[in-house]
Design a protein around this ligand. Structure first.
Ligand code: SF4
Length: 128
């Protein structure tokens, strides 16, 4: 089962091809994210042989890195308790990828993949 958690609609880039038109500042509360994981794990438990794949998405999800790590920490605990297999990934434009973030992602068993296209122009909102 796939579960996509949109941590924020905000982004630190303005790619010309972006599907997001508004970049609103709506944010997913940590407790709602954890509740979504709990519900998804209930579904996985009811269907033996399945697993849960969580994607932390945005906007730019690393703008909410702290919330992401909190949810992932709880998700791992819940999955352990449920005896379920959980994988997680965070597609990112990479601008906020620092050594500590990469380390914490590794500790949290979070796969980081950079999704920025190199062939199209981007703008930084700070320069608008
Ligand atoms: S990094 Fe992604 S969300 Fe941000 S502007 Fe570019 S395409 Fe849109």
């Amino acid at each position: 089962m796939d579960l996509t958690l949109i941590l924020t609609e905000e982004c630190n880039l303005r790619c010309t091809y972006c599907y997001q038109k508004t970049f609103r500042r709506n944010e997913l509360p940590v407790d709602v994210g954890v509740a979504a994981v709990r519900a998804a794990l209930g579904h996985v438990q009811a269907h033996p042989g399945t697993s849960l794949a969580v994607t932390y998405f945005g906007g730019e999800p690393l703008l909410r890195a702290e919330a992401m790590f909190q949810i992932q920490h709880a998700a791992l605990e819940l999955a352990r308790g449920a005896g379920a297999l959980l994988t997680a990934k965070v597609p990112t434009n990479g601008l906020l990828l620092t050594e500590p973030i990469v380390e914490r992602a590794g500790e949290g068993r979070l796969y980081v993949n950079r999704r920025q296209r190199a062939d199209v122009p981007v703008r930084c909102p700070a320069q608008e």
